[in-house]
Design a binder for this molecule. Structure first.
Ligand code: PLP
Ligand code: ZN
Length: 373
C-alpha cells in the first residue's frame, strides 16, 4: 500500500514521514480493502472488526474500546431519524476513529514523537491514543479552545502548546514543529480518513448491510464527511452495498466557505468572511481538502446546508430534552438535519450523528441555558 499524491500522482511508501507531496498536493492511500461478513460477525463489537479493510497491521492496533456505537432514533421534524452516538467514544468524539488508526499506523512504522494541531477534539483523541501507544505527543491549540478540552489533552500526558491567534496560525505552528516529529494531522494524514470510514461500515452493518438514502454530517475539514464517503465507496466497490448515500454536509453560516462555493457552482472553497460561532469544531475558513469535499458531495447528488447560531442553540437544547448531551458543534449537524428533512421525502432513510460530548463544552452550554432563563 502506498501514499499517492492527489495532484501529481507521485507515490510514497507507507512508512514515509512526509505529510504533503513535494508539489504541495495531499496524499490519499492506494489500498484495496476486503471484507468477510462472517468473520466480521464473529468479532467483538468495535471498529477493529473490519480489520481486513483497515490499512495497519493488527499487531499494532491501539485500543481504548472504540467503535460500533449504538444507533438510536431521534424525533426530528416529526420523523424518527437514526443517529450514531459517537459522542460516547473514549475521548468523547468520533475523532477517536481516525486517531486510533493513524496512531496504530505510526506505531507500526516506528514513530516515537508526533505533533498535531486541533481546535480540541482531534488533539484530545491523538493525545489519548499516543498515551496508549507509548508515543510522545505535542498538541497545538488556539488559545480560545474550551477549557475542558485543554484539561483532557494534558490529562493524557501530551505537551500542550497554546497559540495566541487563529486556527490557521495554530496549524502553521504545528507545521513548523513537524520538521522534527511525525505530523499526525487529522486533515492531511490519509490514515485518519481510513479510521473515520468505519462510521460508514458500522452504519451499513447496523442496517443489515444496506445503505441509507442520505447521511447528514457536519463539515469543517471533512474528516467525517470524506471518511464516510470513502467507506461507502469501498463498500459499493466490494459489492456489499448497491449505492453510496447522498452526502448532506452542514456548515455554520458564520463560517461557510464550502456552502458558499456549492451555491456559486465553484469547485474550490470560497474566500468567505467569517465570524465566531458556537460550532467551534467546524469553524474552518480554509479547509485543506475543501475541493475534495465539494466533489464528494456533488458526486453523491447531495448538498451543503448552512445553519444560523439560533438554529444551533435550539437544536442543542432540544436534543438535551431527549436525554442526549452533545456539543454545540454536533448540534449544528442536527440543526442541518432538521432543515434537510423539510425537503426529504418521508420514505427516505436518513442517518446522522452525534459527533461530540456536551461535557466538553459545559461552560458554553451553561451560557445558552442562562440566556433561556
Ligand atoms: C471535528 C469535529 C467535527 C467536524 O469535523 P471536520 O473534520 O472539521 O469536518 C464535528 N463535530 C465535532 C464534535 C468535531 O470534533
Ligand atoms: Zn504531488
Amino acid at each position: 500500500m502506498n501514499l499517492v499524491c492527489g495532484n501529481c500522482g507521485q507515490t510514497q511508501l507507507d512508512n514515509t514521514r512526509r505529510w504533503v507531496c513535494g508539489c504541495g498536493g495531499l496524499f490519499d492511500l492506494d489500498f484495496a480493502p476486503s471484507l468477510d461478513r462472517d468473520a466480521v460477525a464473529s468479532r467483538p463489537p468495535d471498529m477493529w472488526r473490519y480489520q481486513e479493510a483497515l490499512p495497519a497491521s493488527p499487531a499494532s492496533f491501539t485500543r481504548l474500546g472504540e467503535g460500533m456505537t449504538p444507533m438510536v432514533t431521534l424525533p426530528v421534524a416529526g420523523r424518527n431519524v437514526l443517529v450514531k452516538t459517537d459522542q460516547s467514544f473514549p475521548t468523547g468524539s468520533y475523532k477517536d476513529r481516525g486517531a486510533a488508526l493513524m496512531i496504530s499506523k505510526a506505531k507500526e512504522i516506528g514513530v516515537t514523537e508526533v505533533v498535531e494541531d486541533s481546535s480540541g477534539n482531534a488533539g484530545a483523541a491523538v493525545a489519548a491514543y499516543c498515551a496508549r501507544a507509548g508515543i510522545g505527543c505535542r498538541i497545538f491549540v488556539p488559545e480560545s479552545t474550551s477549557p475542558g478540552k485543554l484539561a483532557q489533552i494534558q490529562l493524557y500526558g501530551a505537551r500542550l502548546e497554546r497559540i495566541a491567534g487563529s486556527r490557521e496560525q495554530t496549524a502553521q505552528a504545528a507545521v513548523e514543529a513537524a520538521g522534527s516529529a511525525y505530523y499526525a494531522s487529522h486533515c492531511y494524514n490519509p490514515y485518519f480518513f481510513h479510521g473515520t470510514k468505519t462510521w460508514a461500515y458500522e452504519v451499513a452493518e447496523q442496517l443489515g448491510w444496506s445503505a441509507p438514502d442520505a447521511v447528514v454530517l457536519p463539515a469543517g475539514n471533512g474528516t467525517l464527511l470524506l471518511g464516510a464517503h470513502l467507506g461507502f465507496k469501498e463498500l459499493v466497490r466490494m459489492g456489499v452495498l448497491g449505492s453510496v448515500p447522498k452526502l448532506i454536509a452542514v456548515q455554520a453560516q458564520a463560517c461557510a466557505p464550502l456552502h458558499q462555493a456549492y451555491q456559486a457552482g465553484s469547485d474550490q472553497p470560497a474566500e468567505a468572511e467569517t465570524s465566531p460561532t458556537l460550532a467551534e469544531g467546524i469553524a474552518i475558513a480554509a479547509p485543506a481538502r475543501g475541493a475534495q469535499m465539494l466533489a464528494a458531495v456533488r458526486e453523491t447528488g447531495g448538498s451543503f446546508i448552512s445553519v444560523g447560531e439560533d438554529e444551533i442553540s435550539a437544536a442543542l437544547l432540544e436534543v438535551g430534552r431527549q436525554g442526549f448531551c452533545i456539543e454545540p458543534t454536533s448540534a449544528a449537524a442536527i440543526a442541518g438535519l432538521a432543515r434537510y428533512l423539510e425537503t426529504s421525502p418521508p420514505s427516505e432513510r436518513v442517518v446522522s450523528v452525534f459527533t461530540g460530548h456536551g461535557l466538553k463544552a459545559a461552560s458554553t452550554i451553561q451560557k445558552l441555558l442562562a440566556l433561556q432563563a
